[in-house]
Write a protein that binds this ligand. Sequence first.
Ligand code: UT7
Length: 320
Amino acid sequence: MTGRIIGTGSYVPERIVTNEDLAKLVETSDEWIVTRTGIHERRIAVEEGTSAMASRAAERALENAGIKAEELDIILMATSSPDHCFPNGACEVQAAIGAVNAVAYDISAACSGFEFALSTVQAFIRAGIYKTALIIGADCLSKLTDWSDRGTCVLFGDGAGAAVIRAEKTGVIHSVMGSDGVKGPVLSCVARSEGNFLNERKPELGYIYMDGQEVFKFAVKKVPECIRQVLEESKTDIEEVKYFVLHQANYRICEAVAKRLKQPLDKVPMNIGSYGNTSGATVPILLDELNRQGRLQRGDKLVLAGFGGGLTWGAALVEW
Ligand code: UT7
């Protein structure tokens, strides 16, 4: 038995923030943002938090899968911007959708979180522990963004994506995950860990910090590497892959990955122009779009791949 994706769903907030809007906040321009990142606009949560977005995406995924929330055995929510320290976001989703029979907890692996959640439920399913899972990637990075830092504030957006996974004969063929904690400081947000009752909190540490060029170099090396690894270990020819559903951080990273893999860019779908980098949500939102546009047929092979804070990275080869 393996886990098969039987339904997807996504949710993005209504409020659109354009590059022109940001040019009123910081010294930037639509031209700079579009040419360096491919982003035209992003969605920013005004009323809803991470769990509310995740719950909407989850409901849509359940509806798409045609199953009831009570059938879920486990909910894993990948997020690095939960609304609270506890209860965890997955438990809040559980309550919102009525998944009374599920165990629910969060996974923190930043932008690789959805791939980590997929690998984790896959292991549970293969071990025969659970049969039906809901995995969610949801982030509200607008809460952690320094809106006066032009180096980061133009990059991120808010959103959530979800997938229902069920034990079947085909589905996730293989997955790999990796971490390099030594390089962690190049992409960090250390708000909660700093300060205790003896040491004062430092408010300036509450924001995302990123060494963009280091993260860029890491991504264009590690993403092709882990994709090759997942294909080699599953003895799959790269030409069999229909789409590479990559973390949407920068269109130039997607282009560089396609080039390194010697694959045409039309096998690398992108929606970064509309949503920016929604962290753990980019891959499931993109997957849901492909699914709802009817671009995925039963038997298609897809590679899902993410990278991000930790540093972390992961890839999965999936048969649709
Ligand atoms: O989910 C994973 C997390 N993040 C990523 O994957 C991001 C990976 N990195 C990147 O995507 C790119 O490094 C960025 C888009 C963040 C930056 O692009 P870059 O081509 O690496 O630009 P840069 O950092 O080398 O900056 C070039 C110039 C600098 O000015 P000087 O020093 O050349 O005068 C920056 O100060 O662009 C300036 N700059 C900006 N100018 C206008 C930086 N941000 C902006 C901005 N608007 N928003």
